[in-house]
Design a protein around this ligand. Structure first.
Ligand code: GLC
Length: 538
């Protein structure tokens, strides 16, 4: 059995911002196909495609109206098949993003539920309930939605009167499925098989600690906790024990396909739960293969914090059958170069140096790694987008307050000196769906490829070494004793990775010239905000 996923490096393609082939200002599947040679050159093992299914795009595709088709904005099934074929020829695996916790309010089953009577089978596919108070005008419980506002919306019944409420843990455009109804599981079986039959290598599972809610839907003692933390912390709405049966079943479906050709189909979950121990329950031998380990992403830039999360991850994953799934960036988070310290417009400063060091650290850790598009260019977060262009539903749902996720979703710069930087062939009237700042010129891929000091070369070199050095990838690590502010560990027989979290140079923990370093690194010295790899027998 080929267990390729255990130390794979997967590149997250946020399709609408990757590359636009039609000139409408929105990236598409043909654009992804055109970008595959670029990704091959970078050296990733696979791609994960953000949702491209038919959707009104209220949450950029995480509101799915049809799970088995392609939205015309992104192409069609024939284009998808061509993308699969092209990726197959290049040896690039393809993961899809599957969204089982909720659908779109435009999904035919939700429309059917709205038209049906309270208590009908059509309504039982979702969480419909009568309101509280004398006239049912208060929501059935006190839960708040993750993106702000109540988690319930009241519907108008067929007779024109206000009636029941339905549950949505995200926006009202995203009604939650009722997984206690067996029809839902059966429908998702069909969806999985539809795409597996088309050759996909697996799925990234959206909100994988969701799906089931407490059967009684009781009030929460802290109803605003999800919205406040923007995390799934309401213990009545997330992480219910029944969800593990679903993952066991999905794993069995994957195993069926694996049995046909010996290549594993991967399930990687977006699992947000309170502890590393809880997290490990999702990746037991017969459940998900992997679950993103977000603690590295949320760790502040400090040796203590990184040491703690890495040690915990290694400890808790042991014995599960999984490997740790490292991630520093994705389409929901402020990009590392900005998170670790505001970069200058030319891309220098502490943030970029730390982001480069973090990348080398991540690529040296045991397990798999996920890279978010633009990370390999060192793209900063775009922090000054004007209000009127913001499209993240969180912004509107918080009364135009929280500018959270648009800044990491700005379309990629590919070439040239001015927007659209080769992202779209479109004319003035079809500009990129989010405006690209002028300074994106510094980060365009053509420039990055031509400059050996670029982020791109660092990622490419790191990936090449991962592909060739037996010490990297799956396995264990051994920490070395170091001075405060510095982390160092050994992989296999003799690959040392060290990171200086401070700002002043320290003596390198091992002699000799590094194999690869995230910045200028004279022999015997590890400068501040720098990581390096050495081969050494320690
Ligand atoms: C996940 C996705 C996010 C989306 C949410 C609702 O957290 O990563 O982008 O908005 O689920 O589907």
């Amino acid at each position: 059995m080929h267990r390729w996923w255990r130390d794979a490096v997967i590149y997250q393609v946020y399709v609408r911002s990757f590359l636009d082939s039609t000139g409408d200002g929105i990236g598409d599947l043909a654009g992804v196909r055109a970008g595959l040679p670029y990704l091959k050159k970078l050296g990733v093992n696979g791609i994960w495609l953000s949702p491209f299914y038919p959707s009104p795009q209220h949450d950029h595709g995480y509101d799915v109206a049809d799970y088995c088709d392609v939205d015309p904005t992104f192409g069609d099934l024939a284009e998808f098949d061509q993308l699969m074929a092209a990726a197959g020829r290049l040896g690039i695996r393809v993961l899809l993003d599957i969204v089982p916790n909720h659908c779109s309010s435009e999904h035919p089953w939700f429309k059917e539920a709205l038209a049906a009577q309270p208590g009908s089978p059509a309504r039982d596919r979702f969480h419909f309930a009568d309101g509280r108070g004398p006239d049912g005008s208060e929501p059935p419980n006190n839960w708040h939605a993750m993106f702000g506002g109540p988690a319930w919306t009241r519907v108008t019944e067929a007779d024109g009167r206000l009636g029941q409420w339905y549950l949505h843990m995200f926006t009202p455009d995203q009604p939650d499925w009722n997984w206690r109804n067996p029809e839902i599981g059966a429908e998702f079986d069909r969806v999985l098989r539809f795409w597996l039959d088309r050759g996909v290598d697996g799925f990234r599972i959206d909100v994988a600690a969701g799906l089931f809610k407490h059967p009684e839907l009781p009030d929460s003692p802290d109803p605003e906790a999800d919205a406040r933390t923007r995390d799934s912390v309401n213990p009545l709405a997330w992480n219910q024990p029944e969800v593990h049966d679903v993952w066991r079943h999905w794993r069995a479906v994957c195993e069926e396909y694996t049995a046909r050709d010996g290549s594993e189909r991967l399930l990687v979950g977006e699992v947000s739960v309170p502890t590393a121990r809880e997290h490990a329950r999702y990746v037991r031998h017969d459940e998900l293969h992997q679950a993103f380990f977000f603690d590295l992403l949320s760790a502040p830039w400090s040796d203590d914090a990184f040491h703690k999360v890495i040690s915990e991850a290694m400890q808790d994953i042991a014995g599960t059958g999984s490997t740790v799934t490292w991630v520093l960036n994705n389409h929901d988070q402020v990009r590392t170069v900005t998170r670790y310290g505001e970069p200058t417009p030319e891309g220098s400063g502490l943030g970029p140096a730390r982001a480069r060091a973090a990348a080398l650290l991540m690529l040296a850790l045991p397990g798999a790694a996920y890279i978010y598009q633009g990370e390999e260019l060192g793209l900063p977060e775009v922090i000054d987008l004007p209000d009127e262009v913001l499209t993240d539903p969180i912004f509107r749902r918080t009364g135009n307050r929280d500018r959270v996720r648009d800044g990491c979703r700005v379309p990629l710069p590919w070439s040239g000196q001015a927007s659209p930087f080769g992202f779209t062939s479109g004319t003035e009237s079809a500009r990129p769906w989010l405006p690209q700042p002028d300074y994106f010129a510094e980060y365009a891929t053509d420039r990055a490829l031509a400059d050996t000091r670029s982020f791109w070369h660092l990622y490419r070199d790191g990936l090449q070494l991962r592909a060739t050095l037996p010490q990297l990838g799956e396995g264990s690590l051994r920490w070395l004793d170091t001075q405060p502010g510095v982390l160092a560990f050994v992989r296999g027989d003799g690959l040392v990775c060290a990171v200086n979290f401070g700002t002043v140079p320290v003596p390198a923990p091992v002699p000799g010239t590094p194999l690869l370093a995230s910045g200028p690194c004279p022999t015997g010295v590890l400068p501040g905000s720098t990581a390096a790899w050495w081969i050494n027998d320690l």
